[in-house]
Design a protein around this ligand. Structure first.
Ligand code: ARG
Length: 704
């Protein structure tokens, strides 16, 4: 037999619930009975003495949680990493534990100040000694894990705790003999669960239900085939018995009031070192730089929240606060993540926020070859709407055709290096594609000091003031349309059939006739209803003037389709004098290009409707190139499609009666979008009114 197992305990002479540092302690201040605690502790001590040698550390006044020796430190072989408690309430225990370890001849490692780590409460050795499971999220900082790997020379697997009832790893996770694992999966995030499942085969994973978890069944002491715990359900006992474990239950309810049980009350101080096991830390760190109105715009908060929510942790290395209202600030933040994947996910979001990853020394972006046509390398960088630059051969190169959800392809041309956004399906085998997040930056206009990313205006909602606000937005939009037209700019309209149903057809026609629209995007329906209205005065069979259904009117739209099909195209039907007014009439007359993207529900379709959706997507993309403004009029599908292809910097105006649609469209984190919740027919009529007012004022000024 190998050397005897030794366990460290601390008798509860001064134990009490004195403060609240975890949810179990809430409402339990001074509610535990010292006598009962002593009795329960004695029983546990008695049971364990049978299984191992128990060492005792002297309890101290003023540090009531010292009974939880699991939090003294983490031992492996002759080395111990001393705990640095997160809460000041427990920091007073540190010198006593340190003294005990030193007396026993351990080599004591101490973490940098302000880097919390709570010992074997948050770090559990695989019972075969193959690796160390380390928790973070509440008490221990992820940044402490690389130190554990280095000092103890062991692989560290970082697990993120998500439920504050299970604030220490040992409250919900217990590696057992023979590679078994007793644990409560919902206490961990998805990534950690995947990691656990990768390391522990299904047959060896014993997941407990919440009832057992809250009875601290996972907070167990395991010696060979014996498991000592507070309490287990019959079902759990049976499952453990089935795989050869014997359970000893011993009530520890007095300690539960402080958020601890069997395992917390012990520290295994003999942990043999496996000779063939060595350090490997999967934890990664990067330094990012942020610049701008960091405080006023709320960027720092968002960036730091994003790091935590993404499963990482951070350290602010420096922060230069802009002193004047108008001066910008800059910050360098060290980001740590438990693995490469998590790091990449966090980094791409940070880059989207405008952060620049500072590699140890500035280094080029990484390129990998597309493995086959239409397929990017696994780790490809997914583009955003923001202007992007990549570092190649020490030069920042601007990416062309910026759009979101693409990959970046780098190619060598006679004029030097170029980079462009490419859709996955357009990748050719052998294309060189940017992967990872190093050497990539998005160029953001300095965010305004006003943190509100989008504006929304509600029109139909009650309240007089909001009407005035919509009038104000319409005034602004009219002004902008006017300016773009006069400067020879480009306005693209995407429109749904609701434009016709709400009586907006004549207004949109007017906009086109007056030169305010340079391209029109829609689907089959808007054209069908527009043409039906122009030919028969109805929209889906409704008389547009009288607002009543016309007899047999439900066939009108099919007649319209049939007519256009006979002439071969909308343009031809216009030229032949069959269509004599309406949106598409104006487009044909003014030579305004339009694209109609088909869908599964289309009647007909019209000969102009593009049923090859890949082709339709590229037609749309071509037509929005160089747009200054996109007016999205009540067409969720086509507008989202357009939004996906539009780079930042293009002003988008989304009008819909459904606030959810407006939010969805304007919420691209881009400052340039304006949402207007209103009836689109009404919106267009207001817009026309505003424009004519502007025009008359303008013309009056010119004449004078
Ligand atoms: N009241 C103690 C705390 O919140 C309980 C510690 C329990 N220990 C443990 N290893 N889970 O720190």
């Amino acid at each position: 037999m190998s050397a005897p197992i030794r366990i460290l305990m601390c008798s509860p002479d001064h134990y009490d619930v004195d403060y609240v540092i975890n949810p179990w302690m809430e409402g339990n201040i001074h509610k535990s009975s010292r006598d009962r605690a002593a009795e329960q502790w004695d029983k546990l001590h008695f049971i364990l003495k049978d299984l191992a040698a128990v060492d005792l550390v002297k309890p101290q006044l003023g540090v009531p949680d010292m009974v939880f020796t699991a939090n003294a430190g983490l031992v492996l072989g002759n080395n111990v990493v001393l705990s640095r408690f997160y809460h000041k309430e427990r920091q007073g225990e540190e010198p006593f534990f340190k003294a005990w370890f030193e007396q026993q001849g351990y080599t004591v490692f101490e973490l940098p100040k302000d880097l919390p780590f709570e010992g074997a409460g948050d770090a559990l050795l695989d019972r075969e000694g193959r690796w160390l499971w380390a928790g973070y999220g509440f008490r221990s900082e992820l940044d402490s894990h690389p130190y554990l790997a280095k000092w103890l020379d062991i692989e560290v697997l970082s697990l993120r705790l998500m439920d504050d009832r299970f604030y220490h790893l040992d409250t919900c996770f217990c590696p057992l003999a023979d590679g078994y694992l007793l644990y409560y999966p919902p206490a961990f995030d998805a990534y950690s669960n995947r990691l656990i499942e990768m390391r522990v085969p299904e047959a060896k994973r014993i997941a407990v239900a919440e009832t057992d978890a809250v009875n601290f069944a996972c907070n167990a002491v395991n010696v060979d085939r014996t498991i000592v715990m507070n309490q287990a359900s019959d079902d759990l006992k049976q499952r453990l018995a089935n795989v050869g474990f014997e359970i000893i239950e011993t009530p520890l309810t007095e300690f539960l009031k402080a958020g601890g049980a069997a395992k917390c009350l012990t520290l295994r101080v003999t942990e043999p070192v496996q000779a063939e096991v060595h350090a490997a830390a999967t934890v990664e760190s990067r330094v990012i730089q942020l610049q701008g109105h960091l405080l006023d715009s709320g960027i720092v908060n968002r960036a730091l929240d994003l790091i935590i929510e993404g499963g990482g942790s951070f350290q602010v290395l420096n922060f230069n606060l802009g002193e004047q209202r108008q001066s910008t600030s800059s910050a360098e933040v060290k980001v740590t993540a438990p693995s490469r994947d998590v790091m990449e996910a966090i980094m791409s979001q940070l880059i989207e926020m405008g952060a620049v990853a500072l590699p140890q020394e500035v280094s080029d972006c990484t390129l990998e070859i597309a493995p086959k046509a239409g397929v990017a390398p696994d780790d490809f960088y997914v583009t955003t709407i923001y202007p992007t630059e990549i570092l190649v051969k020490n030069q920042w190169v601007r990416v062309q055709n910026q759009r979101m959800d693409g990959a970046i392809v780098v190619s060598e041309t006679p004029n030097g290096l170029t980079a462009r956004c490419s859709l996955l399906r357009d990748l050719a085998e052998g294309d060189r594609v940017v992967v990872g997040t190093i050497g990539i930056r998005t160029v953001r206009k300095p965010e305004s000091r006003n943190p509100q990313p989008t504006q929304e205006f509600s029109f139909m909602g009650a309240g007089v003031s909001s009407e005035r606000r919509v009038e104000l937005v319409v005034e602004q939009i009219a002004w902008e349309l006017r300016k773009i037209r006069d400067q020879g700019g480009k306005v693209v309209v995407t429109a749904g059939p609701v434009v016709i149903h709400t009586g907006g057809g004549e207004h949109l026609s007017h906009l086109i006739r007056e030169g305010y629209v340079q391209a029109l995007l829609g689907g089959n329906a808007i054209a069908v209803h527009d043409i039906e209205q122009s030919m028969m005065g109805t929209s889906l069979g409704m008389d547009m003037k009288r607002g009543v259904s016309v007899r047999g009117g439900h066939r009108h739209h099919l007649k319209a389709i049939n007519t256009v099909r006979r002439y071969g195209s909308i343009a031809e039907a216009v030229h032949q004098g069959v269509i004599t007014g309406g949106i598409f009439y104006e487009c044909v007359q003014k030579n305004i290009p339009f694209s109609l993207a088909g869908s599964i529900r289309d009647d007909g379709p019209l000969p102009d409707t593009q049923m090859d959706l890949i082709q339709a997507q590229s037609d749309y993309a071509r037509l929005i190139e160089g747009a200054d403004m996109i007016l999205m009029l009540s067409s969720m599908l086509h507008s989202i499609g357009v939004g996906n292809m539009t780079p930042a910097g293009v002003k988008m105006v989304c009008v819909d009666i459904n606030p959810a649609v407006v939010t969805k469209l304007s919420d691209r984190g881009s400052v340039e979008s304006v949402g207007v919740v209103t009836d689109v027919g009404l919106f267009l009529s207001l817009l026309i009114q505003q424009l004519s007012r502007l025009t008359s004022r303008y013309e009056a000024a010119v004449v004078r």
